[in-house]
Design a protein around this ligand. Structure first.
Ligand SMILES: C[S@@+](CC[C@H](N)C(=O)[O-])C[C@H]1O[C@@H](n2cnc3c(N)ncnc32)[C@H](O)[C@@H]1O
Length: 499
């Protein structure tokens, strides 16, 4: 019925093929039942039966300081209009269940007024020149989430723990969430990534959205904090502590041997980083301007990227490369994928001084793919060496006839192309003419690409071909692709069972 999380009715294949058996309706019921059994097994023997209630999280019936643990999985801005979608089912459930749950099914449709979503359509009539309906919707969502966190703080007992599920990796999203938590009085303690979405789900395939859910843990301190009246800390002091906390968290995670994606390592460092930031809050810069949590997260991202470089790229050579080559290598290293969110690529660019929008057209190292970044491979960046120069597209930036290249990546991509279309022997001559045997940047880039590209990628195979046989001799390489050849099966992520 729904292809996406909206009413764009379209004919699509169903997510589950019920004809193959084993995944029919009853087996789903059995599965649900066994999960409930497993969950209830965690409860102490003599625990009271659970009470389930439904309502607005901003007005809870519980008294102050009465709850020891809170787990929330909040909506995120306009990503899903829960109540609108729910109405489709609600009207039928109401028909069947109104007698059983008269209070819950009293309204004709679901509650839209108290919903914590950013729904621009609800602001159609009030939007004006000063604020668009989207801005108004976003503001109302942020206010609602802030009201909810304050309410959760009220009911939580001192020392109690709150876990927030969070699937978004954009710094903006973290900025708002963190400010909301800090202002409510919570102390942020940690972030844990876990796998919760099935990668084979129709909605998740080929999407670069978050591949894991993050659990952010906060506590209600025993002593009330008053962040608004606290003495401000200086960003220059907090910055160093932020970096140190992020570096330590990343090192601990890598040393623990737990298999995580590199992005998850970065995100896991956000918790300890935010803890430092929240402890120091409010933070101001040299001009006495308040510094937002995003600054701390940017710092953390950079610090952890440095740890990842040291861990996975031997730390050598990459620092001396030109910025664009470095950005390209780091993107592959961190995301382990050709496509990833624009925000993350942009952040990586900031860290090393690359304005990714400014370089897009001229270098063609990346292109937009449904709002995400898609890194380009050598194919598409290098002019066809077999075509006459006048027949080549001038929009393709790398000319393989050049005798030197401004960016190390261009040289390596051109070498891949020449090897691919002209073969080993011609490539040896090509490399010799350009003195690549004495070009440390060329070699460092080739080595880095061998380490970061997935082994089934065409460019990895070409990089490997360049690093063996006669081209290897011409280049006078001191490394062999065999070192990187044990094709890892890709990082296995933690699942709920690991906790
Ligand atoms: C991310 S979903 C939770 C999904 C759930 N954890 C699951 O696995 O099915 C967010 C939920 O928050 C609910 N919600 C929206 N506004 C709310 C509010 N003011 N109070 C309580 N719940 C709200 C939405 O209806 C939606 O069901």
């Amino acid at each position: 019925m729904f292809k996406g999380k909206n009413f764009a009715f379209k004919r699509v294949f169903v997510e589950n093929n019920i004809s193959i058996g084993g995944i029919d309706f009853l087996s789903y019921v059995d599965k649900m039942y066994s999960y409930y059994q497993k969950l209830s097994g965690y409860l102490p023997q003599n625990s009271k039966s659970a009470e389930v209630s439904i309502g607005d999280a901003a007005t809870l019936p519980n008294s102050d300081d009465s709850v020891s643990a809170i787990v929330v999985d909040p909506p995120y801005y306009s990503s899903i209009m829960y109540s609108e979608l729910s109405d489709v089912f609600y009207v039928w459930m109401r028909e069947c269940l109104q007698d059983v749950f008269p209070d819950i099914f009293q309204p004709e449709l679901t509650d839209k007024d108290n919903e914590a979503v950013a729904n621009p359509d609800r602001f159609d009539s009030v939007a004006g020149d000063n604020s668009s309906k989207r801005e108004l919707a976003n503001r109302s969502y942020e206010q609602k989430m802030s009201d909810i966190f304050s309410e959760l703080y009220r009911v939580l007992e001192p020392g109690g723990v709150m876990t927030v599920m969070f699937t978004h990796k954009e710094t903006d999203a973290w900025d708002t969430l963190t400010m909301s938590l800090i202002n409510s009085g919570f102390v942020i303690t940690s972030t844990h990534p876990i796998t919760s979405e099935m990668p084979q789900r129709a909605g998740m395939r080929s999407s670069a959205s978050a591949d894991s859910t993050l659990l952010l843990t906060g506590r209600k301190p025993h002593e009330e904090r008053d962040p608004e009246n606290a003495t401000p800390s200086l960003w220059s002091d907090v910055k160093a502590d932020t970096r140190a906390a992020a570096t330590e968290a990343a090192r601990d995670l890598l040393d623990s041997g737990i298999s995580l994606t590199k992005t998850d390592v970065i995100i896991s460092a956000f918790g300890p980083t935010l803890r430092v930031f929240a402890d120091a809050y409010p933070v101001v810069d040299d001009e006495d301007e308040e510094v937002a949590p995003r600054k701390a997260l940017e710092e953390a991202r950079e610090a952890v990227t440095q740890v990842l470089v040291e861990e996975f790229l031997d730390g050598e050579g990459i620092d001396d490369l030109d910025d664009i080559t470095k950005w390209y290598v780091l993107c592959w290293l961190v995301h382990e994928s050709q496509t990833f969110s624009y925000d993350e690529g942009n952040q990586l660019g900031h860290g090393i001084g690359v304005d990714i929008d400014a370089i897009k057209r001229e270098t063609k190292v990346w292109r937009k793919n449904r709002g995400d970044i898609k890194l380009r491979s050598h194919d598409g960046r290098v002019q066809n060496v077999n075509e006459k120069p006048e027949d080549r597209s001038s929009r393709i930036p790398v000319n393989p006839d050049d005798l030197s290249f401004g960016r190390a990546l261009d040289g390596v991509h051109a070498a891949m192309h020449v090897y691919d279309v002209k073969g080993e022997s011609a490539c040896c001559d090509w490399l010799r003419e350009r003195n690549f045997d004495t070009d440390s940047d060329f070699k460092a880039t080739l080595k880095a690409l061998l380490q970061v590209l997935p082994h089934d990628h065409d460019d990895w195979e070409l990089a490997r071909d360049l690093a063996v046989g006669r081209t290897r001799d011409v280049l006078d390489l001191d490394f062999s692709p065999n070192v990187f050849a044990e094709d890892s099966e890709g990082p296995t992520q933690q699942g709920l069972d690991d906790y």
